[in-house]
Ligand binder design. Structure first.
Ligand code: GDP
Length: 211
């Protein structure tokens, strides 16, 4: 049996307006469960997810939940510090949460860059897609355009409730981070960036599309 010899630890932020499903996405991804009982979290919370990326590589993800502080406006630099990537989440049933996405992205970009000065990789999650597609998601092309204009590396329709596309979105983000890291250390390992087929739900991972 091959023993993994490459280990990566990444801090990932999960941000977006209150109630969009950030805590639920983390719970689903890390603990494989979901609760419809609403409880706003207080204080910073984080969870660890271990991915066996390939036979040689283990990726540990430290997922930071913004935890109720979104009410108080912008997050501090301390919270963002040393993150390698982020999910920005909105709720497809509440258009105002989509309108806030650009604000979250700008805030993040203004407070956090990689050591090489590039922005961190960010994936947009259109959550609660189990509640119907009528609200915002009828036009995949518009979403692609929005994401490209705002510098997202991809977007996914997700459901924490039905467990849709959360793994796929995470793989997209991790793939970008690994590729960025290769760039940072100037040693390209093309094998790391593998094409990944996602589920038939609407998704767009720009690097997947390229690979
Ligand atoms: P947060 O404030 O962004 O962390 O949001 P929560 O994770 O606390 O979720 C807010 C509410 O939305 C809770 O009642 C969740 O059960 C519900 N919720 C979260 N994700 C989904 C989803 O994918 N589908 C549906 N239908 N409800 C969800």
């Amino acid at each position: 049996m091959q023993v993994p010899h490459k280990e990566h630890l990444y801090k990932l932020l999960v941000i977006g307006d209150l109630g969009v499903g950030k805590t639920s996405i983390i719970k689903r991804y890390v603990h494989q469960n979901f609760s419809s009982h609403y409880r706003a979290t207080i204080g910073v919370d984080f969870a660890l997810k271990v991915l066996h990326w390939d036979p040689e590589t283990v990726v540990r993800l430290q997922l930071w939940d913004i935890a109720g502080q979104e009410r108080f406006g912008n997050m501090t630099r301390v919270y963002y510090r040393e993150a390698m990537g982020a999910f920005i989440v909105f709720d497809v049933t509440r258009p105002a949460t989509f309108e806030a996405v650009a604000k979250w992205k700008n805030d993040l970009d203004s407070k956090l860059t990689l050591p090489n000065g590039k922005p961190v990789s960010v994936v947009l999650l259109a959550n609660k897609c189990d509640q119907g597609k009528d609200v915002l998601m009828n036009n995949g092309l518009k979403m692609d355009q929005f994401c490209k204009e705002h510098g997202f590396v991809g977007w996914f329709e997700t459901s924490a409730k039905e467990n849709i596309n959360i793994d796929e979105a995470s793989r997209c983000l991790v793939k970008h981070i690994l590729a960025n890291e290769c760039d940072l250390i100037e040693s390209i390992e093309p094998d790391i960036v593998k094409p990944h087929l996602s589920s038939p739900k609407v998704v767009s991972c720009f690097s997947c599309a390229k690979s």
